[in-house]
Ligand binder design. Structure first.
Ligand SMILES: [Zn+2]
Length: 70
């Protein structure tokens, strides 16, 4: 019986580390997708609003500036 308990413990440990490893990989995949997405904001930052396409600020009418994340 003890051997079976140990086996389950080892399997459980591997399963948990596997889930953690998978979660880490998923997070890494999400970040480049966010960086690739273009975002625009007013250069005067008169509004906190972030636009997903180029255009003009709804407050001051200035050309929106592309936000670049490094
Ligand atoms: Zn503005």
């Amino acid at each position: 019986m003890k051997k079976i308990t140990l086996l389950f413990f080892v399997l459980g440990t591997f399963t948990i580390s596997g889930i953690i490893a998978c979660g880490g990989e998923e997070k890494k995949q999400v970040v480049p997708a966010e960086v690739a997405k273009e975002q625009y904001q007013c250069p005067m930052k008169c509004t906190e609003e972030i636009y997903d396409k180029p255009g003009q600020c709804s407050v001051c009418g200035m050309e929106l500036e592309k936000i670049t994340k490094s």
